[in-house]
Design a protein around this ligand. Structure first.
Ligand code: COA
Length: 570
């Protein structure tokens, strides 16, 4: 079928759905929901058999739904309606939630139902639930709905679901999200911040200034200290602030000041945070109580796991430097394999665009950040005493993908999405030694195509083209177990020592043919032009990305129906 994806943005759910539909032989094109007339034009050009709306912020116009079947993905259980579906489910502490695919009609989210899938609801950040459980459930439900539609079946009206417990729920307002620091216990504070992450955040105050707060973590180390007032900010650690609650404390990782954009909390309130005591952790070992720890090391049976839980996978200069230090230290440990486990939701999305945007000189900060990324990639490429494995439980984009490729092996959780290209960010050339790392995997022509086409890759797609080495279990817990088991097998295999020798020899041969420093210098010469040259595209693109400017057109590489010479296959 010809399937048009009508969506507010090309987010990871839309990327995944597009890829899954294409794998099943459908012809997919994408249009951003910018205006009714633009959507109507897309429909006229593409003449779709079916329209799927994975992520919309407003209703589909009647001119479209009255003539075409439009499947809308709603992140809620059957009967649930309204724009704050997940927010309410998390805030109310629901044990189970779901995704429903319904047909667009006049009343929003009230059309007949094509498919629905449910899942146990973790108490986690809304954005994490969206990228994991919701995305997986949406893929299952949409694929079922598409099959049912293709088979000529009909959807079931909502009235025929008497057991449906969902209902119409209003937009969740800030008043309903507000934290009462004197009354709310730690669990309630966490639930409220989780239900608002990563948008819109909870409106609150820090240091007496209004802001929105995000990214909360419990801290179990603090016993009740009655002389401290609940709500007081009492310390800092790297990028996060520690704040008292009625019965303990929480770390606040990110904040957005009025008129600003989301930043690490200690940067959003740099002057105020500088006055607070630093509460460091000793070394890189994972601590055994709940706290905020962005870099954590674990070891079992000669295999080491380096976790780096950086919010949104964005890696600032300082984060790259700290991670490089941690990796250099890990290389001195008596382990045979080092697994770079990244974070639960993202492995890495490359340089930290928000921190760069905030800098006095974004060009200088971009330069520092990309050099720190390159130093980290170099540390990884030159690991010669251990096998290195990048285990991607979460998504990776841009430089983050090539940082992963700097490891000997790249294993990806089924369901994670990869965007191994840079051009979407104002035509960035990219670094992280990609010109050294990519061609041997996919060929010179393949590398050119990946960079030019800018298409997302599923885990399987990444293995098929040679970018990744294995696609492992979709379930996050099963993935962790699978990674640990395989890493141990490799570390204990008979050929391990010979494999290390071969790796060192390969590196020496490559270095003799062309030093890593030469690849880096060539890439950075191009990046220097991106950062300091006459063409401001990168700075403009970053400005819009960080501020989430609304798109005013759909990029041509996505809107295939707008290609010159596009003809609709009969
Ligand atoms: N720096 C800062 N923030 C970043 C980021 C980066 N490099 N990459 C992603 N984010 C943030 C987004 O702004 C968004 O913030 P939110 O918490 O306010 O929602 C969040 O991470 C999730 O990103 P989103 O775009 O919604 O996720 P996605 O999974 O749908 O898309 C990408 C993933 C990688 C395609 C997309 O995030 C992207 O293009 N990122 C930029 C990559 C890049 O160009 N890096 C610099 C060059 S190395």
């Amino acid at each position: 079928m010809r399937i048009l994806l009508l969506t507010h943005a090309f987010n990871s759910l839309t990327q995944r759905l597009g890829a899954e539909l294409q794998v099943r032989g459908h012809s997919v094109s994408i249009e951003f929901d910018i205006a009714d007339s633009v959507a109507e034009e897309a429909v006229a050009l593409f003449r779709p058999d079916l329209i799927v709306a994975p992520y919309l912020r407003r209703a589909i116009p009647q001119s479209i739904w009255s003539r075409h079947v439009c499947l809308v993905v709603h992140p809620g259980i059957v009967g649930d309606r309204g724009p704050s579906a997940l927010d309410w489910a998390l805030q109310n502490g629901d044990a189970e939630w779901g995704v429903t695919v319904l047909q667009a009609e006049a009343e929003m989210d009230a059309g007949p139902i094509w498919a629905t899938t449910s899942f146990p609801l973790r108490s986690a950040k809304k954005s994490s639930i969206y990228r994991n459980e919701v995305t997986q459930a949406a893929v299952t439900a949409v694929l079922t709905a598409v099959e049912r539609y293709a088979a000529g079946e009909q959807p079931t009206p909502l009235a025929a679901w008497p057991q449906a417990r969902g209902e119409l729920q209003p937009l969740m307002k800030q008043a309903q999200r507000a934290i009462d620091w004197g009354q709310d216990d730690t669990a309630t504070v966490l639930r409220k911040i989780n239900a608002a992450d990563g948008f819109p955040g909870v409106a609150d105050e820090l240091f007496g200034l209004p802001c929105h707060i995000f990214d909360a973590w419990p801290d179990a180390s603090l016993a009740q200290e009655p002389d401290l007032t609940a709500g007081a900010v009492i310390g800092r650690r790297e990028t996060a602030l520690l704040r008292r609650t009625r019965d303990g404390a929480v770390w606040i990782g990110h904040a957005k000041r009025e008129g600003g954009f989301k930043l690490p909390a200690t940067l959003a309130f740099a002057a105020e945070a500088a006055e607070l005591p630093e509460l460091p952790l000793a070394g890189w070992w994972r601590v055994d109580h709940a706290t905020w720890q962005d870099i954590a090391w674990e070891e079992t049976d000669g295999v080491g796991f380096l976790h780096f839980e950086f919010y949104n996978g964005a890696m600032s200069t300082l984060q790259c430097r700290r991670l490089r230090e941690a990796l250099a230290w890990a290389k001195t440990r008596p382990v045979k394999a080092i697994v770079l486990a990244g974070g639960a939701d993202f492995w890495s999305n490359g340089i930290h665009l928000n921190v760069i945007e905030q800098a006095e000189s974004p060009a200088d900060e971009s330069w520092e950040n990309i050099n720190a990324m390159d130093d980290l990639a170099l540390e990884l490429i030159t690991t010669d005493r251990q096998l290195t494995i990048a285990a991607l439980a979460g998504n990776a984009g841009a430089g983050g993908c090539f940082l992963a490729r700097a490891a000997d092996l790249v294993w990806v959780r089924e369901g994670a999405m990869l965007n191994p290209h840079y051009k979407n960010m104002g035509n960035l050339y990219g670094s992280e030694y990609w010109t050294y790392l990519l061609p041997p995997r996919v060929g010179e022509e393949g590398a050119r195509a990946i960079m030019k086409n800018r298409q997302p890759l599923t885990a399987r797609g990444a293995v098929d083209i040679g970018f990744a080495d294995a696609c492992l279990a979709a379930d996050a817990a099963a993935f962790r177990i699978d990674v640990a088991r395989r890493a141990l097998e490799l570390a204990q295999a008979d050929g391990f020592a010979a494999g290390l020798v071969a790796k060192r020899e390969r590196r020496a041969r490559d270095e003799a043919a062309k030093p890593l420093a030469a690849y880096r210098a060539e890439e950075l010469a191009q990046m220097r032009r991106n950062f300091y040259g006459f063409d401001p595209s990168y700075h403009v693109a970053r400005h819009h990305f960080v501020r989430k400017s609304l798109a005013s057109w759909t990029p041509r590489h996505l809107a295939r129906h707008r290609d010159l010479g596009w003809s609709v296959p009969e």
